[in-house]
Design a protein around this ligand. Structure first.
Ligand code: C5P
Length: 232
């Protein structure tokens, strides 16, 4: 894809969940198929970018033409993201676990007697906020995601400010994602997604589209913004 809209650019994408171990056989995780993040990595590669995809555990094939770094935990994801910098644009589509178990057990916890083990949690690093707040080596365009069930725009604007990123792609997960599963919040693992692009400059409402279409549209907007040396 030499000569594509993102030729000569390095795009970094996070995707999938993280798994935070409790013991060697158990973990804490968010629900995430990785479909949207993988679609963005694939679309960026098709647009001619060099793409690094840092992915948690997913059941998806590696997108064509993409350098994939597989990780399990949030801390591993952060380390892989930092190792992949510098990048022109970074898209944080992963569903990172907010907490991990403070003291991972080295051996499988046993169901002995009646004692239920307590799980003390500790906070994980916020990968998006950490990269967006960097002074040196900050990608020119830092993009986060927000899944909301109400006040989608207001929450996305608050998240934009809190994280220090340039754009938030806000998903309304209150409705069926158009996958006709009939399941509220059907966007999780579904193929369709209602999205708003929220930036300091305003809000763009995107039509409900497949995750592949959302990815193509986002890649087009990234290419435009990098060309104009602007953020929106
Ligand atoms: O704070 P919240 O999880 O709602 O923000 C979602 C956005 O932040 C997503 O883009 C997600 O990939 C990113 N994030 C992250 N590291 C975390 C938590 C969220 O990069 N620990």
């Amino acid at each position: 894809a030499a000569g594509g809209a993102l030729a000569g650019k390095h795009v970094l994408v996070t995707s999938g969940p993280t798994h935070e171990p409790i013991d060697p056989v158990r973990y804490i995780a968010n629900r995430s198929s990785g479909k949207q993040g993988h679609a963005i990595a694939a679309a960026a590669a098709r647009a001619g970018a060099r793409v690094t995809l840092v992915s948690g555990p997913v059941n998806l094939p590696d997108p064509a033409g993409v350098e994939v770094r597989r990780v399990e935990t949030a801390r591993e994801m952060l380390a892989a993201v930092e190792a992949a910098l510098p990048a022109d644009a970074a898209v944080f589509a992963a569903a990172v676990a907010d907490w991990r178990v403070a003291a991972e057990a080295g051996q499988k916890l046993k169901k002995d007697g009646n004692a239920i083990p307590p799980l003390a949690l500790t906070e994980n690093p916020d990968i998006l906020a950490g990269i967006a707040r960097r002074v040196a080596g900050r990608p020119r365009l830092v993009i986060g995601f927000a899944a909301e069930t109400q006040n989608v725009i207001a929450h996305a604007q608050a998240k934009l400010a809190r994280k220090g990123c340039d754009w938030i792609l806000a998903n309304d997960v209150s409705q069926d994602g158009g996958d006709q599963s009939g399941i509220p919040g059907g966007v999780m693992g579904a193929d369709r997604n209602a999205v708003h692009l929220v930036s300091a400059a305003g809000v763009e409402d995107w039509p409900t589209a497949s995750k592949a279409e959302v990815a193509r549209r986002l890649v087009d907007r990234i290419a435009e913004a990098l060309d104009r040396q602007e953020t929106l």
